[in-house]
Design a protein around this ligand. Structure first.
Ligand SMILES: [Zn+2]
Length: 320
């Protein structure tokens, strides 16, 4: 029997699926817009039917062992196969997602947190391949991540461990979505970049190229800040440098705690790499302990949008 894997990345905007070999080669992939407008049940029915179609298209499906992994945006109770308070899909709280899908497809299925899936995908075939001790950090609307110790994902007692984005950097800092204050996420996410730009404009007034974009401050996005930085806007560049210094503190904590070989950074905000990475590396090198800082390499993710499906497939392969 040939083993084939299906990795699914269920995102708030897009859902991706791929048929993947045990060596991490993607044979076939599909992508569609996640439509929650008719409720989450309809959304999950669509996911199940698209998954069935994808399985139908596998020519050798009758002679293969197929396993399915699905990365979901939120904390996962791995034993019960349910999501716990997913921030962007709150109706799925306590939903028995694994049972729901296993009733519709005749193959074993594992759930994985999406940031863990990113980390596993990069460790399997991406920027951290070959490393047994590494961390993943995704800079998106929030900040996610995962910690791999001796080849194993660090999960903690209930599977919620490795919440890289919620390490506290400033106890008096801005309120975070998790209920805490001053977490890495409030400084190094797209939402954080946006907040820092609006605060700077409040302090200094409108000047420079960001003027147009901030006319409607509700709509300002971190992509617009990035584009302004690209066009030479001084304030936008300064905000990314500030974000880089906070990210650097996050890297110090990861480095001192876990002594990783590599820290892989991805997510859409990492597109602004050149505007924040030198500050992040400088803080890391100034503040982390000598042995650890001389060992760790901070690298940019390589799998792009495929990291999630690759990591979910890898989690399915590793499940006993
Ligand atoms: Zn937090």
């Amino acid at each position: 029997m040939r083993l084939l894997l299906i990795g699914i990345d269920m995102g708030g905007t897009n859902t991706r699926m791929g048929v993947i070999t045990p060596y991490g080669k993607i044979l076939n992939r599909i992508q569609y817009r996640t439509d929650v407008s008719k409720g989450v049940l309809k959304m999950l029915e669509e996911l199940a039917s698209r998954l069935q179609d994808l399985i139908q298209q596998i020519p050798e499906k009758d002679h293969s062992e197929i396993r399915v992994g699905i990365g979901v945006p939120g904390p996962v109770d791995l034993n019960r196969g349910i999501l716990i308070e997913p921030p962007n899909l709150s109706e799925l709280h306590q939903f028995p997602l694994r049972d729901f899908l296993e009733r519709r497809i005749p193959f074993p299925l594992v759930l994985e947190n999406d940031a863990n899936a990113f980390t596993l995908g990069e460790g399997w075939v991406g920027a951290a391949r070959g490393a047994r001790h590494y961390c993943g950090v995704t800079l998106g609307t929030g900040v996610g991540g995962g910690v791999v110790v001796n080849g194993e994902m660090l999960r903690g007692v209930d599977g919620f461990g490795g919440e890289v984005g919620h390490m506290v950097l400033n106890p008096e800092g801005p309120i975070c979505g998790c209920g805490g204050r001053g977490c890495l996420e409030v400084f190094a996410s797209g939402t954080g970049v946006r907040r820092m730009v609006l605060e700077a404009i409040e302090r200094e007034g409108h000047k420079g190229l960001l003027k147009e974009e901030t006319k409607d401050s509700e709509k300002l996005t971190s992509e617009e800040v990035f584009r302004a930085a690209e066009r030479g806007d001084e304030l936008a560049q300064r905000v990314f440098q500030e974000m880089g210094r906070y990210l650097g503190l996050g890297l110090v904590n990861l480095t001192n705690l876990f002594n990783p070989e590599k820290i892989v950074i991805g997510g859409k905000v990492s597109g602004a790499w050149n505007y924040f990475i030198s500050q992040a590396r400088e803080v890391l090198y100034q503040r982390a302990m000598r042995g650890q800082r001389e060992r760790v390499e901070v690298v940019r993710a390589e799998c792009g949008d495929d990291a999630g499906i690759l990591g979910a497939a890898y989690a399915a392969m590793k499940q006993n």
